[in-house]
Design a protein around this ligand. Structure first.
Ligand code: ZN
Length: 374
């Protein structure tokens, strides 16, 4: 739901041009505000492909809903940059006789977040504004007040007075996202509902933009992958990696910043907003790629934080490293506060540094670079 605050935000964002140039900033804003819940990524994917057409040699969409932008089609090795373009959302499951809609979450939600929100629904004939309904506090029995609301106890109100009227605008299976748009805070910080992981799709294309202006030896394909939030062991990432026969892949996603109250650093590490990219080790990550990323960061004076991934990474890396004949995979994350909420928070400078790092990594590769751990 675009309530007008998006335009105000973009005007204010122009003040951030010392951090990011106007073209990239406008691209970021359009990408963040386009609604694209998992399985319904076409709006942000179109924004992404339009931007890519300005500098990539080949731009296309795939059956999975992923979008690809390539430079140096015959170059080697074949590098994949992957950032998932979907976001968490909700889906309409049932419409009752009074025209109220019921819904199920798409992706991993804290159900408390739903209460009181506006929702931007993707109707057949365009956006439909809804609000999430719940009994007013006065109507809730005292012993129920401390209980957490679940999605199944809530409903969507689109202002319809009957089932027939509601069905003229919304069908079962229509999806939506929360009605919040990007806003800027001091210190280069932005908040948006879709930073996870629209900023990954942004960073991989910004890295490609850097490389398109000063070509490396490698073939490089930036991919805006689909459906990570609901299928992080597959989704669009695996089919894209297989289809392009990637030799090496760098996944860009968000990770939890731990610089706010209540997080145990011994468990989650010391990750700061503005601290630069976070490099994962272990799990799906190829050790040679991890070392090359760290070397590239040090050579370019890009600050970074190491993160341990003893089991799953919970990102597209889990899908890509077992794709095709095996893909040497690295994971670069951007510190993010308040993940899976209407106001996730990142620092613009961290996005620039992540894109710089991906470009620097590719420049260190040759057709002979060996990713086999021996
Ligand atoms: Zn997520």
């Amino acid at each position: 739901m675009h309530d007008g605050s998006g335009q105000e935000a973009s005007d204010r964002l122009l003040q951030s041009q010392d951090t990011m140039n106007a073209q990239s900033l406008n691209f970021l804003k359009a990408l963040l505000d386009a609604p694209g819940p998992s399985g319904f990524e076409t709006a942000p994917a179109r924004v992404w492909r339009t931007e890519a057409e300005g500098f990539a040699d080949d731009v296309r969409a795939e059956i999975s809903g992923s979008s690809l932008a390539t430079i140096n089609g015959t170059g080697r090795p074949r590098v994949m940059f992957a950032g998932h373009i979907d976001e968490i959302g909700l889906m309409v499951t049932y419409i009752d006789d009074d025209g109220f809609l019921y819904f199920d979450p798409i992706g991993g939600w804290d159900h408390q977040v739903f209460v009181g929100q506006r929702v931007h629904l993707l109707g057949r004939d365009g956006p439909v504004l809804g609000v999430i309904g719940k009994k007013a506090v006065h109507l809730i029995e005292a012993d129920e007040r401390d209980k957490v609301s679940k999605a199944k106890d809530l409903w969507l109100d689109i202002g319809a007075t009957s089932k027939k009227e509601a069905e003229a605008r919304i069908r079962v299976g229509d999806a939506g996202v929360l009605g919040s748009s990007i806003r800027e805070l001091p210190n280069g910080r932005i908040v948006s509902r879709s930073l996870d992981n629209r900023i990954g799709a942004f960073v991989v294309l910004e890295a490609l933009r850097r490389l398109a202006g000063d070509r490396p030896d490698a073939r490089v394909t930036a991919v805006a992958t689909s459906q990570e939030e609901i299928a992080h062991t597959g989704g669009g990432a695996r089919t894209s990696a297989t289809g392009m026969e990637a030799d090496v892949a760098i996944v860009v996603d968000v990770t939890h910043a731990t610089d706010h109250p209540g997080v145990e650093k011994k468990q989650y590490g010391d990750v700061k907003l503005g601290g630069g990219p976070v490099l994962s080790r272990g799990s799906a990550v190829n050790p040679i790629v991890a070392e090359l990323l760290a070397e590239a960061a040090e050579a370019e004076d890009i600050p970074y934080t190491l993160q341990a991934a003893p089991r799953m990474t919970g990102t597209d890396a889990d899908a890509i490293f077992t794709a095709h004949r095996g893909v040497a995979t690295g994971l670069v994350s951007v510190p993010n506060r308040y993940m899976h909420s209407p106001n996730e928070m990142v620092v613009l400078h961290d996005l620039e540094r992540a894109a710089d790092l991906l470009a620097a990594f590719v420049r260190r590769l040759t057709a002979e670079t060996d990713f086999v751990p021996r």
